[in-house]
Ligand binder design. Structure first.
Ligand code: PMP
Length: 359
């Protein structure tokens, strides 16, 4: 700490979820995909290993961008590639937002950290009591709007039309709206193709969730070429080679393996809905979800108690000791077998909780 400057001394950094190095955990804490990547992804990793790893990667990851453009049905000039979407969000805050910025009070906990890192004052707007974003509260003059859709950690999505109302209002004021679509493939409506109509809209996406390659670190942003040029400019003030050769090739393969991932995603959605029904029947309160996780609470307990009770049974989930959400846990959807064990444990906990309250 002796050598820390004021910035790193005062900003509280993000705490990533636990990544235990031993097996025999049911790991439902970081919204990873339980399935392995498509066979073509694994093949492309083998080929990449034989490629020119003595050379720097293509700084603009053109092969990856071309696959992302095809996947999103937008021109290639609309794509920016990065080493995961957190990195892209950090660049976007630094390059495209002006003070003050606005986002909902319950959302991805990295946003306030990026704001502080770039010295951007921010204002938050409250969600409804059932954790829904009021889009009209985001219709106010500011220097940038950050919207996560579906929202994290709630899993609740806004329809495309409501997102576009926000984007359209801010286009008239020359203000950028960033939409983080990390979980969109699990059931929400995307605004990715609306980037061609709205030059102030930047959509940020990741391959860590629906494409099963969190370990490779791959993400992209979609927006008007002017926004993309801003992102490249700030990237080249930090590190021109953010996305390595292996991730570029494997990421492109993942984006093109649509059939494989469509089957996995629909299985995950079915598992999510079956899990939710079972938990609700057992006395849990579970928000509707358009993502690969469920946000839930059990009356009479709180997040840290639930987290610890699951951890004792070698199940990892996530909680936040923060206003409005400290009674909840967020649970990633795993395989049907993992969710079966999770549900059995959750129903046991609900039973003992009822007995304790009745006693
Ligand atoms: N946005 C949201 C809402 C997330 O939950 C995450 C994962 N923690 C990310 C972005 C970042 O994903 P990645 O850096 O793995 O692409």
């Amino acid at each position: 700490m002796k050598y820390w400057n004021e910035r790193i001394s005062t900003i509280e950094p993000y705490t990533p979820g636990e990544q235990p190095q031993d097996s025999n955990w049911i790991k439902l804490n970081t919204n990873e995909n339980p399935w392995e990547p498509a066979p073509s992804v694994l093949e492309s990793i083998m080929n990449a290993a034989a490629a020119n790893l003595n050379r720097y990667p293509d700084p603009n990851a053109r092969l990856f961008c071309s696959a992302a453009a095809q996947y999103c049905k937008v021109p290639e000039s609309y794509i920016f590639a990065g080493n995961g979407s957190d990195e892209i969000l950090a660049f976007a805050f630094g390059a495209l937002f002006k003070p003050p910025i606005v986002f909902p009070d319950v959302t991805y906990s990295f946003y306030p950290i990026y704001a502080e890192l770039w010295s951007l004052p921010y204002e938050t707007v409250p969600l409804s009591d059932n954790f829904v974003i009021y889009p009209e509260m985001l219709l106010r003059p500011c220097g940038g709007v950050m919207l996560c859709n579906p929202n994290a950690p709630t899993g609740i999505a806004l329809p495309r039309e409501r997102v576009l109302e926000i984007v359209s209002y801010h286009q008239k004021q020359n203000t950028v709206v960033i939409v983080d679509e990390a979980y969109v493939e699990f059931g929400a409506e995307s605004v990715v193709r609306d980037t061609e109509q709205y030059d102030n809209l930047l959509v940020v996406r990741t391959l860590s969730k629906s494409k099963s390659i969190a370990g490779l670190r791959a993400g992209y942003a979609v927006g008007n070429p002017d926004l993309i040029a801003g992102l490249k400019r700030i990237r080249d003030m930090v590190n021109s080679y953010t996305m390595n050769t292996v991730s570029q090739l494997a990421g492109a393969a993942a984006l093109l393996a649509e059939e494989y991932y469509a089957a996995k995603t629909s299985l995950l959605i079915r598992t999510r809905e079956a899990t939710r029904d079972r938990l609700i029947a057992g006395g849990w309160q579970v928000l509707p979800s358009s993502s690969n996780f469920l946000f839930m609470s059990l009356p009479g307990t709180n997040g840290v108690e639930l987290y610890s009770a699951f951890k004792e049974r070698r199940i990892l989930v996530r909680y936040w000791d923060k206003p409005k959400i400290r009674n909840h846990i967020r649970v990633t959807i795993g395989t049907p077998e993992e969710m079966d064990i999770f549900c059995q444990t959750a129903l046991e906990l609900a039973g003992s909780n009822r007995n304790a309250q009745g006693a």
